[in-house]
Design a binder for this molecule. Structure first.
Ligand code: OMP
Length: 247
């Protein structure tokens, strides 16, 4: 897999027309993420648009509810034929296991999406975790525990910040997918991301996929921002973990 295929670009726009314009502006992007804004606005139509263009699809709905509700939603999401789907690890083990079962049922014989759990949102700082959320664990330890919970529940991987990815790569099974948002080239704004690293650092630390949005989509020239990031990633010599990923 070449480095650019490991970048997932979020379609964080409110309308179908804007989503299609972005897809057409960046023809070399092979993996797109559909998140809460676009899916709330457009629904599953956007998934058909992407699949008809042979794109891989990350459906980022970040489910977080009781097991019965999440399971029912996963049964529907399993019918969509997408590649990746998100759930919060803090749903708990029963909910995570039930979600996996429900995805298989929904896919009815076809390959279900890989289910990956949010460990801790990349917009949360160590201070937020301790003082606002009152979690009595150091941030890297909390992220690790959430990843181990997801792994024990049989999930395919997790979403984590690039700052924790090296630790998770060491502690989790080798084929456990590690997807990192909050990635920022040195020349880009941090925006609301609190635990970022550069794309090169994130891949070198063991990420399988990088989610990179505003540094590309909000750039004055998105096409050259995309090209610049691909060029930076092209300089990495050892991309071995990519060989394990078959999405
Ligand atoms: O699940 C995600 O993709 C996600 C998890 C997380 O912890 N942090 C995070 O930023 N994301 C998503 O990754 C994307 C990051 O976008 P930028 O900050 O514009 O690069 C957004 O679509 C977020 O919804």
């Amino acid at each position: 897999m070449i480095a650019s295929e490991r970048i997932i670009v979020p379609l964080d726009v409110p309308t179908l027309d804007q989503a299609i314009a972005l897809i057409e502006l960046l023809p070399d992007v092979s993996f797109w993420k559909v998140g809460l804004e676009l899916f709330t606005s457009v629904g599953p139509r956007i998934l058909d648009v992407l699949k008809s263009r042979q794109k891989r699809v990350f459906l980022d709905l970040k489910f977080h509810d009781i097991p019965n509700t999440v399971g029912s939603a996963c049964r529907v999401a399993g019918t969509y034929g997408v590649d990746l789907l998100t759930i919060h690890a803090t749903c708990g083990k029963d909910c995570l296991m039930g979600a996996m079962d429900a995805l298989f049922q929904g896919a009815s014989g076809a390959a279900p999406p890989k289910l990956i759990a949010i460990t801790l949102l990349t917009s949360i700082s160590a201070r937020d975790l301790a003082f606002d959320l009152k979690i009595p664990l150091e941030l890297p330890e909390f992220a690790l525990q959430m990843a181990l919970l997801a792994e024990n529940a049989g999930l395919d991987g997790v979403v984590c910040s690039p700052q924790e990815v090296a630790q998770l790569r060491e502690s989790c099974r080798p084929d456990f997918l590690l997807v990192c948002p909050g990635v920022r080239p040195v020349w880009a704004n941090k925006d609301d991301q609190k635990r970022s690293l550069s794309p090169v650092q994130a891949l070198q630390s063991g990420a399988d996929y990088l989610v990179i949005g505003r540094p590309i989509t909000a750039a004055t020239d998105p096409l050259s921002a995309w090209a610049k990031i691909c060029e930076e990633l092209g300089s990495i010599q050892n991309l071995s973990s990519a060989e394990k990923v078959h999405l």
